[in-house]
Design a protein. Structure first.
Length: 347
């Protein structure tokens, strides 16, 4: 293999992993968060201070980690990345904090899974910039207080309710919720990603991907890559679109690629449809409790409640009532069933 060919493959692999925006103007959506964070960073810079601690929360794939990377680039500081489950002991946190340089950013993902003892040590570090370590046990135990370099903690979580109130209150820079994206915003993200990946994508195909992406950039980029793979491998896509292809990935190619992933016209996957089919066919549309639905699907309750149901509720296919889950008429219509009222009349 020639040297230039090796470089092209390496560069392409790198592009696959670096779809994250590197400048504020490349970050699409979440305008209210961007505006607030920009003001916070500029004010801190003008005062000669480090930015205050920030907490981002919301469903996975909306850009929490990307925001942390953008803040690090904007401030020109190094960012150390870890996660709640990775910090098992107080010593782990002490090691991370004492190795920070002045002004560094510490990013903790899934902070709701942080050990409670570790969390207690984090409080004075965030507020006063000190680390209290207890050495020894019993009457001979003593406390050592270490001064830490000034740092900014940026945390992310998908379950903000599980972050304790004392910890939430210490994010003096703000606690921000990331919202789902509109189809128009997703289309802009897919267009940008296709250019970075050198994918020739027809406008109709771009729209097809955007409308099925569950309002989530990560899902949109995943679908884009799978459409590219389909165009490369399958005969109908051989003339299309990878690199300097002569022909763009068409709407039909995108539909076939997404059909192979079992993604339907409104972005439902096989698990979503199975949930609705069980609810309608076995339980006459509900109401049904979470435990019953979980058992009927052979899925964990957390998976049903946190992964499957939110998107169905967003689309108006499912309602959560005091008595349980209820399928809406829109769900009956989408799956091709007679409406609940019509079925009851037939009975």
């Amino acid at each position: 293999m020639k040297k230039d060919e090796k470089k092209e493959i390496a560069d392409d692999s790198f592009l696959d992993q670096t779809l994250r925006p590197t400048r504020w103007d490349e970050y699409i959506g979440q305008k209210h968060i961007k505006d607030n964070v920009k003001i916070l960073l500029r004010a801190a810079q003008e005062r000669g201070h480090i930015p205050e601690h920030l907490l981002f929360y919301g469903p996975p794939g909306l850009g929490k980690t990307t925001l942390a990377h953008l803040i690090a680039k904007e401030t020109g500081k190094q960012m150390k990345i870890t996660s709640g489950p990775a910090i098992e002991k107080v010593g782990d946190l002490a090691s991370i904090l004492t190795n920070l340089a002045s002004g560094d950013i510490l990013f903790i993902d899934e902070i709701h899974r942080l050990n409670k003892m570790v969390e207690e040590i984090l409080y004075p570090a965030m507020e006063s910039g000190v680390l209290d370590i207890i050495i020894g046990k019993g009457p001979s135990a003593r406390t050592i207080q270490l001064d830490l370099p000034p740092f900014t903690l940026i945390a992310a979580t998908t379950r903000v309710a599980m972050v304790s109130s004392p910890l939430r209150s210490r994010f003096s820079g703000g606690v921000f919720r990331l919202e789902f994206y509109s189809n128009e915003e997703i289309a802009k993200i897919v267009e940008r990603s296709s250019k970075l990946l050198k994918i020739n994508l027809a406008p109709e195909a771009l729209k097809e991907i955007a409308e099925r992406s569950r309002f989530t950039p990560r899902t949109a980029n995943y679908f884009l890559k799978r459409c590219r793979d389909f165009a490369q491998v399958y005969p109908e896509g051989k003339q299309a679109s990878y690199g300097a292809g002569e022909k763009a990935i068409s709407k039909e190619m995108a539909r076939k690629a997404l059909a192979m992933l079992a993604i339907d016209d409104i972005g439902l996957n096989s698990s979503d449809r199975k949930f609705l089919e069980i609810l309608i066919e076995k339980f006459k549309g509900g109401p049904v409790g979470l435990k019953t639905m979980s058992a009927a699907m052979s899925e964990e309750e957390a998976t049903v409640e946190e992964v499957i149901e939110p998107y169905l509720i967003q689309l108006g296919l499912l309602e959560r009532t005091a008595r349980g889950r209820v399928a809406t008429n829109k769900a009956y219509e989408h799956l091709g069933f007679d409406s609940k009222e019509k079925q009851e009349k037939l009975l």
